[in-house]
Ligand binder design. Sequence first.
Ligand SMILES: [Zn+2]
Length: 84
Amino acid sequence: MTQDRQTCPTCQTDTVVPVVYGFPIDDTFEAAGRGEVVLGGCVIDDVPWEHRGQQEMRCTSCGKTTWVGRARHGSRGGTTEDPA
Ligand SMILES: [Zn+2]
């Protein structure tokens, strides 16, 4: 079972790659050149608050954006306990 590839909910292809924010390093540029990632730009604050902590994924076939990972739901504005 591989979770490396997401399937696009729109066009059902597996050409869904992570969107990488921040200043891209050489490896990121190379990965983008291979179509393995999409460069999302340098402004990380563009991520909507409800998707913070999630990974933005984009279908390179149809451009559909999806989000994977931990979804913030339920306790909006609740306390954040960090058992460190
Ligand atoms: Zn698609």
